[in-house]
Design a protein around this ligand. Structure first.
Ligand code: BG6
Ligand code: MG
Length: 217
């Protein structure tokens, strides 16, 4: 099978910003009296900002109108932006630069399919913005993950069929999005949570050796 592109998620795949999202959501949830743990966090990985907020507020007895929701979303985002202020190339996860080099040497396209509206500044701080041939704009994608839209947007930008693309994700919603798009999914993380991926690796260090090499050759 000749694959033409690899489409990466950002948070939790290229860098560990998934942890900063968790911290910011936990603080926000607790500020409105809702407990928030790792299990909630798994549910929210890959899920957009307003949808994540709705998940948390659904656990509260209070009601929040649109203006209150907008304020809370802004509060979480300000908190998150503070946490990622000092991100640098040292925060790239292991094996990511090797993965980019390996794909580039084979003439494959590299895409980014992140639900985050902070994706652009994050890849710039990481010093890898120019490694991507296309970065999806989450603000322009009608349906968030687990819908396939963002992965299909990248495939379309490359002029490729979904079956010619590989997606890499750390979130259950993200793996579902890749599979519903008709692509091959590499899951990074927990084999139970990501059981529906075609291939699961514990972390990104082995992405080339145990992911791309056996799949792409
Ligand atoms: C996803 C993260 O990549 O982006 C989620 O996994 C996050 O945790 C979502 O909520 C939206 O991010 P942002 O930066 O637009 O609030
Ligand atoms: Mg992720």
């Amino acid at each position: 099978m000749a694959y033409g592109a690899c489409i990466f998620d950002l948070d939790g795949v290229i860098t560990d910003t998934a942890h900063y999202h968790f911290l910011a959501w936990k603080r926000l949830a607790e500020s409105v009296g809702v407990p928030f743990d790792e299990e909630d966090n798994h549910q929210l990985k890959g899920v957009g900002r307003m949808e994540s907020l709705a998940y948390i507020l659904a656990k509260s007895d209070r009601t929040f109108d649109e203006a209150a929701r907008a304020r809370l979303a802004e509060q979480k985002n300000d908190d998150y932006k503070n946490l990622i202020r000092e991100i640098s190339p040292a925060d790239l996860l292991p094996g990511i630069l090797d993965a980019f080099d390996w794909l580039t040497e084979r003439g494959m396209k590299i895409g980014l399919a992140s639900a985050s509206k902070n994706a652009r500044p994050v890849i710039e701080s990481l010093g890898v913005a120019d490694r991507f041939h296309y970065v999806a704009d989450a603000a322009q994608i009608p349906r968030g993950k687990p819908a396939p839209d963002i992965f299909l947007d990248v495939a379309t930008a490359f002029g490729l069929s979904p079956e010619d693309c590989i997606g890499v994700e750390d979130a259950a919603a993200g793996v579902t999005a890749i599979k519903s798009a008709g692509m091959i999914a590499i899951g990074i993380g927990d084999p139970v949570i990501l059981a529906h991926a075609d291939l699961i690796l514990p972390d990104t260090a082995d992405l080339v050796g145990k992911g791309f090499a056996p799949l792409i050759g």
